[in-house]
Structure formats: structure tokens, C-alpha cells
Design a protein around this ligand. Structure first.
Ligand code: HEC
Length: 100
């Protein structure tokens, strides 16, 4: 019985770790969609905004403002509509965590 419990606890931990890993990979896929214009991991070439190392809340606020149309844009208002607010929050956190 005790062995079974220990085994179960291990299995639950493994499953949780796998879920976290899957979420990380998912965010990277979303972030890769930004790379064409904002550079790999948010390191833009000249002429475009870098996203790497920016404040997470600021990034999220801009993305939400694009989405609702509060912030005028040529493209970002369309792009940001492709993600839920929760996804945008994860993307903002991802870029904020990148080294400048
Ligand atoms: C096709 C090119 C393109 C892609 C792809 C793109 N962006 Fe943008 N982004 C722009 C342009 C151009 C602007 C300036 C606002 C505008 O005109 O839309 C901008 C502005 C921004 C800004 C505001 C920067 C600032 O400080 O004012 C943020 C934040 C941003 N983009 C995040 C993202 C994220 C996150 C993604 C991926 C989900 C993404 N962008 C994908 C072109 C792009």
C-alpha cells in the first residue's frame, strides 16, 4: 500500500512536470510567430520594436490595447485578436523573461 502511494505520488509529479513543459513549448510556438517582425526571441533588427526584456505588464497592456483597438496599429490589432487574453499574458511573460 505504501509503495503504491509512493509510486502514485511520483506519477502525479511526472505528469505535472510534463504539463509545464508542454505549456512552455506552446508559448515558444506563439512567440515564434512574432519573430518575423520582432526578431528571434524578441531581439528585433533595426526598424522594429524589440520585445525582449520589456516589462511584462507593459507588453500585455499594449497587446490588449491593440486587441481592443485602443492603440492604433497597422498590423498588431489584427494579430493580437488571434490570441486569448490569457495567451497574450503568457506571450508577454515569455518576452519579458528574455535577456535584452
Ligand atoms: C508582420 C509583422 C509583425 C508581427 C508578425 C508581429 N508584430 Fe508586433 N508590431 C508590428 C508593428 C508594425 C508594430 C507597430 C504597431 C503597428 O503598426 O501595428 C508592432 C508593435 C508591437 C508592440 C508594441 C511595441 C511598442 O513598444 O510600442 C508589441 C508589444 C508587439 N508588437 C508584440 C507582438 C507580439 C507579441 C507578436 C506575436 C504574437 C507580434 N508583435 C507579431 C509588427 C509585427
Amino acid at each position: 500500500m505504501r509503495e503504491t502511494r509512493r509510486w502514485l505520488a511520483g506519477a502525479v509529479l511526472l505528469a505535472a512536470a510534463a504539463t509545464v513543459q508542454a505549456e512552455v513549448n506552446q508559448v515558444r510556438v506563439w512567440a515564434a510567430a512574432c519573430a518575423n517582425c520582432h526578431g528571434t526571441n524578441g531581439h528585433a533588427q533595426t526598424g522594429n520594436e524589440s520585445l525582449a526584456g520589456k516589462d511584462k505588464d507593459e507588453l500585455l497592456q499594449k497587446l490588449l490595447d491593440f486587441k481592443t483597438g485602443r492603440k492604433p496599429a497597422t498590423l498588431m490589432h489584427q494579430l493580437s485578436k488571434g490570441y486569448t487574453d490569457e495567451q497574450l499574458a503568457q506571450i508577454a511573460a515569455y518576452f519579458a523573461a528574455q535577456k535584452k
